[in-house]
Design a protein around this ligand. Sequence first.
Ligand code: SF4
Length: 298
Amino acid sequence: MKVIRAKSAGFCWGVERAIEIARDYAGKGRYPVYTDGPLIHNRQMMERLTAEGVREVGDYQSSAELQLQEQEGTDPVLVVRAHGISPQRRKYLKSLDIDFRDATCPDVGIIAGKIRMHARKGYTVVIFGDVNHPEIIGLLGYAEKGRGFVIKNSEEIDALPPLGEKVVMVSQSTMFTDEFNRLANHLRERYPDAVVIDTICGATKDRQGDIRILVEAGAEAIVVIGGQHSANTRKLAYLAREQHLPTYHIETETEIDAAGMSRYGTVGVTAGASTPEFLIEQVCRSLESIETTARAPV
Ligand code: SF4
């Protein structure tokens, strides 16, 4: 079987940077290297990092109080994830009296900066995203109290209270560009002077664009690799299905149904921003070893 791998498959630079920061501390003998919530939404990679001395504490949303059990003679450090945190959370973490390193992705930092700048000028902030996602929870902290809103569809825009004249709209870094543009237009129907800033990151746009490239290159099916809990991986799978191609969202090569896949001559492979290289390579090797038997009807 021919396998076409998307150029952007795998770690985005923000996730890679956060992992490098945590690994660098672990490599220098700092122990434990705490992370405020899971450093990465990939179980297999988290197992590797745990073996290297990285310890997840707190919760997915970075909102729980941390129970750090320091032992005598250890030299702990606390690392903030690529998703970033709110100013309130930063203050709390700094109060814990433990070495602190912020590994927030600079692209998320840019969004936070735009929100803070507009909030200081009196703008109400509307963010397109998932209200439960840690990135959104962190970003909302930069809006003025009571003047930050999260929306994910037109109905939620319609349900917003009157926001006054100064409105700015941004996006969670991993949303769909088409959807953001559609919702921005909808918001402008209510607030014609709304300032709209497309803050979807380049890594996300590359991944979304690459799905179309796989289709154009002749993929008959798409395999998306990544954690079932990874929001950006699930979005990639959704986009692939939108192309009307059979789509398989798997975490590891053990989930490949070789007999079922053998009907495809060419398969496209992509992976979420939190999927490590070793998992992508295993899946590609496994697919390449499958012999095409009967071709899928075109
Ligand atoms: S998806 Fe984009 S914003 Fe999020 S960590 Fe990766 S590069 Fe940064």
